[in-house]
Design a binder for this molecule. Structure first.
Ligand code: TPP
Ligand code: MG
Length: 560
């Protein structure tokens, strides 16, 4: 137990809030519970320096905290109550885990003298969150709050970032202790060794068709600048992984497109024919590897360099020729300083970008709304720093394919494929960047998972425009259904509310758009509304994907 500092006696809740401020926290997301009244009370005293965002459901809380972690590189902070609150909150913890996002969630817990009796709403959080966190623990003594909170910040941000859960028993928060707070946390990341960089350069010099594949987390604007300089100096084609499109300007002549769901077949072929794959940051997970089909096991057939901030990620699935444990800023600075090789692949790099441009050109689609043209219009007309959020559903395929990200920090999407992410992520982005344009895309299914956070957006006067793309179904699942069980529609239809009227009932702007030409003026009106706004974009249910229709899918499946 730390020495008692009698001059610094405070209740646990206050120690906890003081520690959060020490570590630089200025925003906290919560749904209140009687299990953390002590902490809530301490927030009362610091209302001018810590913004407590009161959400509508704990799934909104952790999704907002996750988006905050992605936007800032610092842990997003969530406070939720015991069993029911923590159960609702788990979706954002899972996303933070799969997306490698720093996040710390505090869960109010039953009083210490009631533990292990299945007291009211009691859950053993170590077992509940064991698999989807980097660390989960309970703070049993107020005198140990500074130590354990400091550890939480270090764990959440070091190596491969991720979520931490700390249970805080309600009586512990009112118990008084005297303890020093310590100092603010410092993130430590590995750097590449001189030998690593020498080998990388040799491999690059020997390559004929290299490909740089960037992804993962722990990036920064500076790291992206260094990445660009490294790619330019060696004229490398740069592909990005699913939902990491903002690591390089998509208009850059070296940009080669997205490796993930809805991949351009030409990019897929490019991966197969590359002789040197440099994976900078990402795991070659199920989505990035096309269901583990793009790369051979256990050793990819091409020379494979894997750079990761998490040492446990190296050799986790695919064997490598060169594994480098490094943070992204550290690696990119060193790569930029490397003497460039003489590239012989300029034609390939130019061809890769030309393929991307062709693939991202809107095509005609059924119905009065050409959703591809709507996304392309936004891409051409929004400021370069506009933030785009989405969740899971076929509607997001259009966003990925037709929107060009121009700078780092403009994309918030769950690599975990969690529906319901977009609305809370949009609210968090608008709170963080009140002066930037924030556009949140959802499907009708996705929106209805966390659409209640529009109430939080109104309460915060968050400047976010929600675009709800409606087709009266969970189209992604219907698509799989038509492919596997053609004509047998089961469990995938939706009866919807009037979304624009729903938004207006919350006090937000709301409008419905049913043809392409009406979108731009409706969007301008939504922007002029200054505050939360919603546009329902009604698309034809036949428009199941940018390149095929529902009936074509069914016909193809019936044929055999
Ligand atoms: C939380 C969660 N539940 C279920 C799923 C499975 N799922 C993936 S996409 C999808 C349908 C999405 O529907 P909608 O938002 O309407 O988009 P659409 O596919 O119709 O464009 C479902 C149910 C999921 N990914 N996440
Ligand atoms: Mg839908």
């Amino acid at each position: 137990m730390p020495d008692i500092d009698a001059s610094n006696l405070r209740p646990g809740g206050q120690i906890l809030v003081d520690c959060l401020r020490l570590h630089g926290v200025d925003t906290v997301f919560c749904v209140p519970g009687e299990s953390f009244l002590g902490s809530l009370d301490a927030f009362h005293d610091v209302a001018d320096s810590v913004h407590l965002v009161v959400c509508r459901q704990e799934g909104g809380v952790t999704n907002m905290a996750e988006a905050w972690g992605k936007l800032t590189g610092k842990p997003g902070i969530a406070f939720v109550t015991r069993g029911p609150g923590a159960s609702n909150a788990s979706i954002g913890i899972h996303t933070a885990h799969q997306d490698s996002t720093p996040l710390i969630m505090f869960v109010g817990q039953v009083a210490r003298d009631m533990a292990e009796r299945e007291a009211f709403q009691e859950v053993d959080f170590r077992r509940m969150f064991g698999q989807m966190t980097k660390w989960v623990a309970q703070i049993d003594y107020p005198a140990r709050i500074p130590e354990m909170v400091s550890r939480a910040f270090h764990v959440a941000t070091s190596g491969r970032p991720g979520p931490v859960v700390l249970a805080i028993p309600e009586d512990m928060q009112s118990e008084v202790a005297g303890v020093a707070d310590g100092q603010a946390y410092q993130t430590v990341q590995a750097s590449p060794g001189v030998d690593d960089l020498g080998r990388l350069r040799d491999m690059l010099a020997a390559a004929k068709r290299p490909l740089l594949l960037v992804g993962g987390s722990g990036w920064s604007t500076g790291a992206c600048d260094d990445l660009k300089a490294f790619a330019e100096a060696n004229d490398l084609p740069v592909a990005v992984t699913f939902r990491r499109q903002d690591l390089i300007d998509n208009r850059h002549p070296n940009y080669a497109g997205i490796v993930g769901l809805g991949i351009d077949p030409k990019l897929k072929a490019r991966i197969a024919s590359t002789d040197l794959l440099i994976a900078l940051g990402p795991q070659l997970g199920e989505i990035v590897s096309g269901g583990y089909t793009y790369f051979d096991f256990p050793k990819p057939q091409q020379q494979f360099v894997h750079i990761s901030a998490g040492i446990d990620e190296l050799g986790k699935v695919h064997q490598f020729d060169l594994g480098i444990n490094s943070g992204m800023p550290q690696f990119c600075a060193a790569a930029r300083a490397l003497e460039p090789v003489s590239p012989q692949w300029q034609t390939e790099t130019a061809a890769a970008h030309a393929d991307y441009l062709a693939f991202s050109r809107p095509q005609p689609m059924p119905g009065a709304v050409n959703y591809a043209e709507v996304v392309a219009w936004l891409s051409d007309n929004l400021p370069e720093d506009a933030i785009i959020t989405n969740g899971a559903g076929n509607y997001s395929v259009w966003v990925h394919r037709f929107f060009r990200h121009k700078q780092y920090g403009t994309q918030l999407g769950p690599q975990s494929g969690a529906m319901g992410y977009s609305v809370p992520a949009g609210v968090a982005a608008a709170i963080r960047h009140p002066d930037r344009v924030v556009v949140s895309f959802s499907g009708d299914g996705c929106f209805q998972m966390n659409g209640q956070e529009i109430g939080t957006a109104v309460q915060e006067n968050a400047n976010v425009i929600f675009i709800v793309v409606t087709n009266g179904m969970y189209a992604t699942i219907r698509m799989h259904q038509e492919r596997n069980y053609p004509g047998r529609v089961s469990g995938t239809n939706l009866v919807n509310p009037d979304f624009a009227a729903l938004a207006r009932a919350y006090g937000a702007f709301g409008e419905t758009v049913t043809n392409t030409a009406d979108f731009a003026p409706a969007f301008e009106r939504a922007r002029d509304a200054h505050g939360p706004a919603l546009i329902e974009l009604v698309i034809d249910p036949e428009a199941i994907l940018p390149t095929t229709t529902l009936s074509a899918l069914r016909k193809q499946a019936l044929k055999g």
